[in-house]
Design a protein around this ligand. Structure first.
Ligand code: ADP
Length: 489
């Protein structure tokens, strides 16, 4: 906007009309004081200032405007009927004005000057605004950087306080922070600790996970720098993402060596105990079978019934010891699978018959949801029967109120699926994934039902060795479906 200052109403009127006709927004003032007040309250791009005015003259107004930061930059165009003298023109410039036009005014020249000043000032203002916003942005960025730095410092301070080895990596997978525990196992903050020759390579495993953007979890032995001892550590490295891109990685090595040793000792104990138990148990079983047969020849002797019960118990003990032996075989990588082409349907129906005969409960009903498996399946019949027996005995054991079980088979794409459904107590959803772990028992049922929590663990190993899948779905209080799949040839 342009401010026209003149005590002569006619001059103001004609100049305003001229500027309005050229499309310039204008404002007017009739004396110096009024002009000062307006200039301090509004934003003008140009002030056209009459020099001769009663009260404050144009020069005084210009000098005062030059004293305020808000107004000192506004260009001033002096208008005067007199004072064409060079002395006065110079005074006009000194007081902050930019140009000086004498009356009578050549409107064309005046308009040219106004246009130029106006545009210059508009550009100036625009540049200032840009500069201000740039300054603001720089300021904001500086603050954000400071904030980020203090957050990183805080985070690293926390990692220092951890009892584990802790470290971070940048988006390119390069280590950029390690806590002091790191140096117990590595002499450089750029290199991972040395791993045991039989264990996986950390760098390779990390790069594999980095390509997929997945977290890494690895049990690995790393070498202590002073004792030269390799200790088992659980290495965890997790990506930290922002807007779906991985910005950092944070990792820890947790010492699990003592835990591992206890686990090893327990496995060794189980292995020795089950082997040592197996031999006398086999003899007891053989002697009991002999006694059972002998007593059977004498119909008057009722001891046969007791020997029969003792044999049943020995059979249960035998299957427990066999399970324990299987566990130690799994630990030592010795659980062997003898795959051959066999009739899966025959195995399924024979197992159902065995379970019905040995269940000792006439109410047990096992229905067969039948899909004829007319394709070749290669599997170990003894081990797959073991899995099915486990599923079926569990289905009956964990369904005290309902003895109905359904065994289904189905063929999907290139695999066959066998499932066992019961209508028993069910399993809480968040515990489903754990039931295949070694020695895991669902708390709610562990008091009421006997068991060791190893059957399903062995089943999952057997199925894994067949390159199949094993799983469960369940509704608490309504029942469960355990299934396994085997690949078709
Ligand atoms: P065990 O039955 O000897 O405890 P398993 O490994 O066979 O061991 O089963 C592990 C756990 O899974 C069981 O303790 C039980 O809590 C749960 N479970 C297995 N089968 C069923 C089922 N059909 N219904 C409900 N819970 C089950």
């Amino acid at each position: 906007m342009i401010l026209i200052v003149d005590d002569n109403q006619n001059n103001v009127y004609s100049l305003k009309k001229l500027l309005d006709s050229k499309g310039f927004p204008t404002d007017t003032a009739n004396n110096g004081e009024d002009a000062l007040g307006k200039a301090l309250n509004n934003d003008y791009s140009l002030i056209i200032l009459d020099v001769q005015m009663p009260g404050m003259d144009g020069f005084e107004v210009a000098e005062t405007l030059a004293g305020y930061s808000k107004t000192k930059e506004i260009p001033i165009l002096f208008l005067s009927a007199v004072n064409t003298d060079k002395r006065f023109i110079t005074k006009g410039y000194k007081s902050g004005g930019i140009d000086y036009v004498t009356k009578p005014i050549d409107t064309e020249v005046l308009m040219l000057k106004i246009k130029t000043f106006y545009r210059l000032q508009e550009n100036n203002l625009a540049m200032k605004k840009t500069q201000q916003s740039l300054e603001l942005e720089v300021e904001g960025r500086k603050e954000a950087q400071l904030l980020m730095k203090s957050e990183i410092d805080h985070f690293q301070l926390m990692l220092e306080a951890l009892p584990q080895i802790a470290f971070t990596l940048d988006e390119n997978g390069l280590i950029n922070f390690v806590n002091h525990k790191w140096f117990d196992y590595s002499d450089s903050d750029l290199r991972f600790p040395e791993t045991h020759a039989d264990d996986l390579n950390i760098e390779e495993e990390f790069q594999r996970c980095r390509r997929k953007g997945e977290a890494l979890e690895l049990e690995v032995r790393i070498k202590h720098r002073i004792s030269d001892e390799y200790r088992y550590h659980l290495l965890r490295m997790s990506p930290v993402s922002q807007n779906n891109t991985v910005k950092n990685w944070v990792g820890t090595f947790t010492d699990i060596d003592d835990q591992k040793r206890v686990e090893r000792e327990k496995d060794e104990f189980l292995s020795i105990a089950s082997h040592e138990l197996k031999t006398p148990l086999t003899s007891i079983k053989a002697y009991l079978q002999l006694a059972f047969r002998k007593l059977g020849q004498n119909p008057e002797n009722n001891g046969k019934e007791f020997v029969g019960k003792a044999l049943d118990q020995v059979e249960k003990l035998n299957s427990l010891v066999t399970d324990l032996l299987d566990i130690s075989k799994i630990e030592n990588g010795k659980l062997k699978i003898n795959k051959k082409q066999a009739d899966l349907e025959e195995v399924v129906s024979n197992t159902i018959d065995t379970i019905i005969q040995t269940a000792g409960n006439p109410n047990v009903r096992i229905d067969r949801n039948f899909t004829n498996i007319n394709q070749h399946v290669s599997f170990d019949p003894v081990r797959i029967e073991q899995v099915l027996i486990n599923f079926l005995t569990n289905a009956i054991k964990y369904s005290p109120e309902n003895n109905h079980v359904i065994v289904s088979t189905a063929i999907k794409k290139n695999e066959v699926r066998v499932s066992v459904t019961d209508f028993g107590i069910g399993i809480p959803e968040f515990k489903l994934a754990s039931v295949f772990q070694k020695f895991y028992r669902v708390e709610e049922s562990s008091v009421q039902f006997q068991g060791m929590g190893i059957g399903l663990y062995i089943c999952s190993e057997i199925i894994n060795q067949h390159r199949g899948t094993i799983g469960v779905s369940s509704q608490l209080g309504e029942g469960s479906t355990f299934y396994f799949t085997l690949p078709l040839n």
